[in-house]
Design a protein around this ligand. Structure first.
Ligand SMILES: Cc1ncc(COP(=O)(O)O)c(C=O)c1O
Length: 500
């Protein structure tokens, strides 16, 4: 795909609106740009300086909106990427602006930032005498292992430094024990950024031992039944919100084709069938619960969907606010050497694994889960979050804006109900209303469970206000003839023109 971009004129007219609509868009954009310039002045200035030498920031900044619009948006609608503090459900930037946090720190923030500050503080106190000693363990690890065994209903545990590494370890062990090379992942599923689980765009090396099959599809079960070279199947239960589609990101929001819908029963039934086939063919079934673990139920996705895996990967929130990946598995699969062949082992290390400070923060996190009031709160989690999504959808309908929320409990995505090329603008209207999203924008909102009804009402009101402002500025204009297909055809023509 060759690069091309719209000039300022085309930026507002990429769907050929009448002149007055283009003018309204421009006026709205100028108003937002002015507001961003004033409100986020200090945060923007320091972010721009940092961006020159922080490659990660360059990447996330570039991929917030479709590339044709990206440079112009970056120049004018930058809110900065530096924050000074967190409190309750809010973040505060360097200019003192407070935002409702809808990012959830990529899902780490399950119980609210103040809770994790407490985990880190109390945890640090507990291991202070030992400090950052590695190799030997602080005894706090014992209770962590026991709790994780209970939660996962599996025999053994290994600790890693990220979800990506824990997934790598699961796959390596599955290959070692089955003596088969191939892994299966489902279309669109994210399992971290290790090459073998991230085939295709973004990975310069072909993942030759990876099969990508269709999620929730009988044909995939037939393939699994018919082959003898598959070591493991990786399942990311977060995909149940959008099977066979990548984690939705606003950088790919070129039209309104994004769809999402969660059907717990259907996904549970699929997992049961998958479980049966894996058992039948001795394929290791790995649940990657890095994102959803502890968010859906105390016993994670295994409990929520009523299906047991052979290995389960946890991460994110488990570290009590510090970096973590953990693998739980059946004893026979977790063993890293063979008693009868001393030179045949499955290597895995990691300097910082089981770091005392991480183990201590994790201990605080896991202890919290055992409190009766936390147990109780899990009982009606879905009810609470489904009701909130429902209420927002009602208000969006009443306001006559083309938006619809789909949700998997507290993980939400915004879908767009009318074909448009400008849906990605919503993230900037939301920001102007004091709602902070992560770099993938409206594709994924992840809420922490400490949102009160009052907090949520405030978010709801601001969300609707942002959507109304965007509508009034003309971004969702249509003459009725535009379809998602016609938008894509048009983009294809633009791309083709670059080749010619
Ligand atoms: C399902 C899933 N697996 C694995 C990972 C990778 O974890 P980490 O970013 O800690 O390496 C993620 C991260 O977002 C994830 O969502």
């Amino acid at each position: 795909m060759p690069f091309y971009e719209y000039d300022e004129e085309r930026f507002f007219r990429s769907d050929d609106p009448p002149a007055d609509i283009a003018w309204r868009r421009r006026a709205g954009f100028v108003r937002l740009a002015e507001l961003f310039r004033k409100r986020f002045a200090q945060t923007r200035r320091l972010t721009a300086e940092l961006e020159v030498t922080l490659s990660d920031l360059q990447f996330t900044t570039a991929y917030r909106v479709p590339f044709q619009y990206s440079r112009f948006v970056r120049r004018h609608l930058d809110a900065g990427a530096l924050v000074a503090s967190s409190e309750g459900v809010s973040l505060t930037d360097l200019d003192g602006n407070r935002f409702f946090d809808l990012t959830g720190s990529y899902g780490v923030n399950l119980f609210g930032y103040d809770f994790y500050k407490g985990c880190i503080e109390r945890g640090s106190d507990r291991v202070r005498a030992l400090g950052p000693v590695l190799g030997a363990y602080h005894p706090v690890i014992i209770s962590n292992v026991n709790r994780l065994r209970e939660i996962s209903a599996l025999d053994e545990v290994s600790f890693h430094m990220s979800g990506t590494e824990a997934v790598m370890q699961a796959v390596r062990l599955a290959r070692y024990h089955t003596r088969r090379l191939h892994l299966v992942r489902f279309s669109g599923a994210y399992h971290g950024w290790w090459g073998d689980v991230q085939p295709g765009v973004g990975n310069p090396v072909p993942a030759r031992e990876t099969y990508t099959l269709r999620d929730m599809d009988r044909a995939s079960l037939r393939i699994l039944r018919g082959r003898r070279d598959i070591a493991c199947v990786l399942v990311n239960p977060g995909q149940s919100l959008h099977p066979n589609a990548s984690a939705p990101s606003d950088s790919t929001l070129v039209d309104s084709a994004r769809r999402a819908h969660f059907d717990r029963e259907a996904y549970a039934a699929w997992l049961k069938e998958l479980r049966a086939v894996c058992t039948e063919r001795d394929i290791v079934l790995v649940f990657d619960e890095v994102l959803v673990g502890f968010r859906l139920a105390l016993g994670g996705a295994q409990e929520y969907f009523g299906v047991r895996a052979d290995m389960v990967v946890y991460g994110k929130t488990l570290g009590g606010g510090l970096p973590i990946g953990a693998l739980c598995g059946r004893r026979d699969l977790m063993k890293r050497f063979r008693d009868d062949r001393p030179t045949d082992f499955c290597f895995a290390r990691g300097t910082f694994n089981s770091h005392p400070y991480v183990m201590a923060a994790m201990h605080e996190f896991l202890s919290h889960l055992q409190m009766p009031e936390v147990h109780e709160s899990y009982a009606n989690l879905d009810q609470v979050w489904n009701a909130r999504a429902c209420r927002l959808n009602e208000l969006l309908r009443e306001a006559d804006v083309p938006l619809e929320i789909a949700n998997l409990s507290s993980i939400w995505t915004v879908c767009y109900t009318r074909p448009s090329r400008y849906n990605w603008m919503l993230q900037y209207y939301l920001r102007a209303q004091g709602l902070a999203l992560s770099w993938i924008g409206t594709g994924r909102l992840i809420f922490s469970l400490n949102y009160t009804d009052a907090d949520f009402d405030a978010v709801t009101n601001r969300f609707v206000a942002a959507a109304c402002a965007m509508r009034d500025d003309g971004w969702w204009w249509t003459d009725g003839s535009v379809t998602n297909k016609s938008i894509r055809r048009r983009i294809a023509r633009e791309v083709l023109a670059r080749f010619l």
